[in-house]
Design a protein around this ligand. Structure first.
Ligand code: NAD
Length: 356
């Protein structure tokens, strides 16, 4: 297969981890006889420094022209401590999502058995958890009308969803459920919110088209509780932007570490694949960042954008083997990990390539 992949490392450890993600893609291409070509582009603080713009037109053009984007992270301490800065790295991220029409954010929450102890939840509750979240990304309270009234003493944010917006993400979630355990949980607050009532109505109307998928509707408060009480009951979860934002961060704790979780943002054109973590200024340049979230993002890219399931599974199996062989990066090591089994970013990448 011939494909063109754009590498957009961004800021901080984004640079360090995407380097490993790219090497893994190169290794997979070599092993399976694919021809991947690569280009690179700027976003975030590094793009502001070079061009004054957090998402230069050239980057956007390259994104549109590529078959998939492997993304790192954006962010710099300079802006975190200056909320009044007019040009900010994260504007690049939001504009990218908007311009590429990335309306669905997929976040697989899969716990590697070797990391059971790294989570704050009891191993016997967690073992076997495997959830795929679909968070709607371009609607809801984040994008509706907002403002102040009554001399600024009252504020409002309007939540809005159209039938079209709910249907397109619900279909993606139904399709994904078909390839997994065939269970879909739609999370809403239909007892209180009109947007949620529309959401539930649309999902109910689609359900007969997917008779092989078992559909369950759950209120968001109940879902927040169930994720911790019994995470194994979930297979695919689909929800609105605000609920998804909160529930996916809650669910990330099931997997133990930020350094292990990948995500995909997809729409109708180029998909963007990235770790859920940020630019991690506290460890930037030390060479100790866990590259596995970027590596697992590369696995998602192969599966979702290119349909290369076997190649994707090969990467996941190599990560599993690396952990089973006892190797850890600092963030997922514990008191029982021997010092010689704690790898830096580059060494973790090299051990992983051997296992592919
Ligand atoms: P963060 O995810 O960068 O880091 C949180 C903590 O987790 C830090 O202690 C960090 O060292 C650790 N960590 C994160 N990824 C790791 C990895 N791969 N290996 C080892 N440890 C890892 O979040 P933050 O500190 O709140 O934010 C730092 C910057 O990142 C901010 O500027 C923020 O705006 C930005 N950010 C960007 C994104 C994105 O680009 N999608 C997401 C979140 C935060």
């Amino acid at each position: 297969m011939k494909k063109n992949i754009l590498i957009v490392p961004g800021d901080g450890i984004g640079q360090e981890v995407t380097e490993v993600g790219k090497k893994v893609l190169e290794k997979i291409a070599e092993k399976f006889g694919h021809e991947f070509t690569y280009d690179e582009a700027l976003i975030g603080h590094v793009a502001i420094e070079a061009t004054g713009n957090p998402l230069p037109d050239e980057t956007l053009e390259k994104m549109r022209a590529s078959d998939a984007v492997l993304f790192g992270a954006v962010g710099h301490p300079k802006y975190d401590n200056d909320p009044s800065a007019k040009v900010r790295p994260e504007q690049g991220l939001l504009k990218m999502r908007k311009e590429l029409g990335l309306y669905a954010n997929l976040r697989p929450i899969k716990l590697f058995d070797e990391l059971l102890e790294a989570s704050s939840i009891k191993p016997e509750i967690l073992k076997g958890s495997d959830i795929l979240f679909f968070r709607e990304l371009t609607g809801d309270i984040y994008f509706g009308e907002k403002g102040r009234k009554n001399d600024g003493d009252t504020a409002y944010d309007i939540a809005e969803y159209s039938r079209f917006e709910v249907e397109r993400i619900a279909r993606k979630a139904f399709d994904a459920a078909r390839t997994r355990r065939k269970k879909l949980c739609s999370v809403d607050k239909a007892n209180v919110l009109e947007t949620s009532r529309l959401w539930r109505e649309v999902v109910q109307q689609l359900a007969p088209e997917y008779p092989d998928v078992e559909v369950e509707h759950m209120f968001v408060d109940s879902a927040a509780m169930m994720l911790i009480k019994d995470p194994r009951r979930f297979d695919v979860v689909v929800t609105a932007n605000l609920f998804g934002d909160i529930l996916t961060d809650e669910a990330s704790q099931i997997a133990g570490s930020m350094g292990m979780l990948a995500s995909a943002s997809i729409g109708d054109s180029t998909g963007v694949y990235e770790p859920i973590h940020g630019s991690a200024h506290d460890i930037t340049g030390k060479g100790i960042a866990n590259p596995l979230a970027s590596v697992l993002s590369a696995a998602l890219l192969l599966d979702i954008s290119f349909g290369l399931k076997e190649e994707s599974d090969t990467i996941i199996a190599a990560v599993d083997k690396l952990l089973k062989d006892g190797f850890r990066t600092r963030d997922i090591a514990d008191a029982s990990t021997p010092e010689n089994m704690i790898l830096n970013t580059q060494a973790a990448g090299e051990e992983l390539l051997k296992r592919i």
